[in-house]
Design a binder for this molecule. Structure first.
Ligand SMILES: C[S@@+](CC[C@H](N)C(=O)[O-])C[C@H]1O[C@@H](n2cnc3c(N)ncnc32)[C@H](O)[C@@H]1O
Length: 202
């Protein structure tokens, strides 16, 4: 496993939203996911790939798809996203409209990603920022909000669905590496100040 510690070294020091002069809509009560973290995750995920279909099953306001669309259009075939919150999906759609994204290039749905997490597509590349149980909780299969880490349940489903690669970020204080290793190899780990990025491969 390649391990990089310390603050992330931005691959591109420029603002990943530089081509967009507006203001992103963020669902009330949820913090804005840093576009620079999304950029680093996408760098990890797309390294060496010519054309990929990406999916963010914990979409929130859609920062990962937005950064993907603005910075990696030529490498991306389609962007999927899902979130259990209708408001989150609505804000992500508005944000894609705001940046002028072609509607045929993305598809966002409302749904529980612990129940039906993946669109029916081959070779999906998961790039996601699941709940840490700090600013926002997991919603379990019963629809109840819980601070319990359901990450392993999600990752297990991904392995069963033969998803070969996942890039996710998580609170580094949570001891998740062993849970992840039960299902995937950790190809690379990048420790940031308040979260850790994992590049998982089968
Ligand atoms: C850390 S936030 C993602 C923030 C996102 N990166 C952004 O750009 O705003 C995690 C998201 O997971 C969603 N969520 C929680 N449990 C879920 C579940 N079981 N299925 C799908 N989405 C879920 C929450 O509604 C929240 O929007």
């Amino acid at each position: 496993m390649k391990k990089t510690t310390g603050r992330v070294q931005p691959f591109d020091r420029e603002n990943p939203l530089k081509q967009f002069s507006g203001k992103l809509i963020v669902r009330e009560g949820s913090p804005k996911f840093p576009p620079s973290v999304a950029k680093t995750m996408l760098d990890l995920a797309l390294k060496g790939k010519t054309l990929a279909t990406i999916h963010d099953p914990f979409l929130g306001s859609g920062v990962i798809p937005i950064v993907a669309y603005l910075n990696y259009q030529s490498q991306i075939q389609k962007i999927y996203g899902q979130d259990i919150s209708r408001e989150a999906v609505a804000s992500a759609k508005l944000n894609m409209e705001q940046i002028g994204a072609n509607p045929s290039t993305y598809s966002f749905t409302t749904g529980n990603s612990l129940v039906s997490p993946f669109p029916n597509e081959k070779d999906l590349l998961i790039v996601t920022d699941p709940p840490f149980g700090r600013a926002c909780d997991w919603i379990g299969v019963d629809g109840n909000s819980t601070p319990v880490c359901l990450l392993e349940e999600f990752v297990k489903k991904a392995a069963r669905a033969k998803i070969r690669e996942i890039v996710l970020c998580f609170d580094q204080r949570a001891k998740v590496a062993n849970q992840l290793r039960n299902h995937y190899q950790i190809k690379e780990r990048i420790d940031l100040k308040d979260r850790t990025l994992y590049h998982l491969v089968i």
